[in-house]
Design a binder for this molecule. Sequence first.
Ligand code: MLT
Length: 400
Amino acid sequence: MIRINDNFKALKPAYLFADIARRVNRFQKENPEADIIRLGIGDVTRSLPGACIKAFHRGVDDLGEEALFRGYGPENGYEFLREKIALNDFRNRGADIAADEIFVSDGSKCDTGNFQELFAGDTVVAIPDPVYPVYLDTNIMAGRGENIVFLEARADNGFIPSLPDRKVDLIYLCFPNNPTGATATFDQLKTWVDFAAAQKALILFDAAYEAFIRDPELPRSIYEIPGARQVAVEFRSFSKTAGFTGTRCAYTVVPKDCMARDGNGEAVSLHPLWIRRQSTKFNGVSYPVQRAAEAVYTDEGRTQVNERIDRYLSNARMVCNAMDELGLPYAGGNNSPYIWINGNGRDSWGFFDLLLRQAGIVCTPGVGFGPCGEGYIRISAFNSPENVETAMARIRQVLR
Ligand code: MLT
């Protein structure tokens, strides 16, 4: 018999959100009359912006014309999209990123999971606790389970992890944070960039939720910090920004200055390495989807995206108000779609079960994101205002 990759045995039996979906489906089967409101996985509920839908249709129509038809596209994405990303998301914000440093992909989940493939098996990896499970699981799959340094994010450090007290090679950061909703200031991010430069480490910066930042003082990209081009790769997504969770479109920025070393100690640029990896294992995002993503950068698209984010942020405020009334401490919900709620002594899964069974509300148990999440739940603002209002009324009733 063929032998499995034994590293898989070190993983939890199920991926967090698959486990939750199974529990919720079982509950729904046993209670078919239950009216369930889902504030668990951060999946958008609003339809795609009209500007994106129009561009999507036009993209499909192009494929019906011999002259405009496209087959395999560039693995790193069409130039029309990469140019707009580089200009609007970076250069217009003072961050020096070129279009050929952008790699369009089918999701930040895949990219944050795949990027670690570029590094040696004995790479020492710093991973926050709590954390989006993909960073941890993919490093365990790669056999680095023993090489992980956990960075604790708790209420007493404002959910911003402190610098590791030992040498690390690879550092995962996510701001606005999933799951805690914490945001990092310019100075806090600078501390990390300076640390990575001093240690010759690399930061993998997940900025999938940057569109939720409304405070003009907060950095939206790590490249707003001087020196970050040398030490950071950034992941961005159209999923939460513009509703592409089902359509799939994201991008990763790999600056040409980002260096690592080979086994002989020779410096190697990560940019060609990522091109090599993607051109072998990935065939690009479909042309109509990239046309739809391009429409995010039109005036109409921008207005529609902002209106969507405003709505989710106003949902988040509703959740925060309910928690204030109930006297439950929380983080996030401001410049972030996630609210990280302390159960006042309840354990995470107990709190999850209570809300599901007595209020018909799905949340995410904090402990699913790591041991430091025990005692917390995460509520996502991705739903309609009506559903969030109903959900908060039910939670008030159950917890009063
Ligand atoms: C989450 O709920 O943490 C995210 O939606 C998961 C994801 O983006 O993969």
